[in-house]
Design a protein. Sequence first.
Length: 186
Amino acid sequence: MAITIKVGAAAEKAQETEQQAAPPVPIDFKLNMRRSLNNDIMIGDHPDVDIVVNLKKVVLFPKESLNDIAYDTQDRFFRFLRKKGIVNPETIRSGNVYGSLEGSLVATDDQDDVLPLVIMNVSKFIEADRPYFEYLEKYQEMEEEEYLDPDRADSTELGEVPQGEEKGGIRPGYGRVSPYFLSYIL
């Protein structure tokens, strides 16, 4: 693949002809967004975090509780935006709300084009992350189904197992007191 570099008047002329020849291509995506009273855009499509975007920074809040999954999502999100050149890496830090992470947007001269670009990249992140949270959702459904309706091989009918004085791994009268004194008999 050849790279052509044009300098000076030839570059300006080539840029004008490229702008006239190529009409803008619309990019379609759907997000569950709404504006707050101070014109921040809040995006709630991700199951683990809520995303708040304004002209200066992006903030991620965990949806229900702070856990490893929410922090991992926040970390992947800011790594994604850092690689795209949207967020300054040195500004990614904890927010003033417990469990939130925030990062400042890269400063540009034309602030009008920043917000659509950030929202488009948020949409790309959510689409890239969708298989991950769909997998977790299906796994939880499968686990719940296994508990509520086990297979015939994994369950027994009432009365099928005869009674006995000692069953399983827990013996009556055998207690565990502490990690230093492993066990004693009552």
